[in-house]
Design a binder for this molecule. Sequence first.
Ligand SMILES: Nc1ncnc2c1ncn2[C@@H]1O[C@H](COP(=O)(O)OP(=O)(O)O)[C@@H](O)[C@H]1O
Ligand SMILES: [Mg+2]
Length: 220
Amino acid sequence: MVGLLGDNGAGKSTLIKIITGYHQPDEGEIFCNGQKIDHLSVPKARELGIETVYQERALAELQSLWRNIFIGRELSNSLGFLKVKEMQAQTEQLMLESMGFTSTAVSPESTIKTFSGGEKQGVAIVRALFFDAEIIVLDEPTMGLSLKETRKLINFVRGIKEAGKSAIFIDHNIFHVYSVADRVVVLDRGRVAGEFMTSAISLNDLMDKMYRVAETGSFD
Ligand SMILES: Nc1ncnc2c1ncn2[C@@H]1O[C@H](COP(=O)(O)OP(=O)(O)O)[C@@H](O)[C@H]1O
Ligand SMILES: [Mg+2]
């Protein structure tokens, strides 16, 4: 889990748009699993298993939870009939085991529009996990969430790590990023100012360095 940090306008979202193929970089090279990638496009990024979780992105509000998880990838038998029971069972398992959804009010049959903002984000994460995403990108997923929802969401983000997947996590709140990321990369005005293993730097020192970078453009 990599955390991307940096002041507003540092270029975090822009970097994400490059990684997901929406923008082409003016300079630099992109490597994925040690392999150089030329002309990364949106379909290519998806092929590489890069999934983005945006604010309540692309969930069908009026559909059930299990339909949302399997949208575009429904399980069917050889006659083309949907395996509804199996999809519901897998959804239940994903929600409880992978993501630690505990609310008894949430079942595979629940309609998405009854979910809180945090739960919707959780569904998007579960879906990315289910779709075998290799790298899950979260650009400020806590934006607009209440404190309680935010805490829940941070737990979902931890779930990504526990599922053995990689993630890039951006949040305006450095506490969130520090508490889940193994490594943080600090951006400043479109450049990498530095990176740190969270195990090797205290939160205070990291905050200190970020202030210094924002003021002077360097860590020293
Ligand atoms: N490497 C870069 N080179 C040129 N412009 C950049 C670069 N990175 C970011 N920008 C510009 O800076 C502005 C803010 O970037 P953004 O990615 O939204 O920042 P953040 O998400 O960190 O707040 C955008 O207008 C973007 O086009
Ligand atoms: Mg941004």
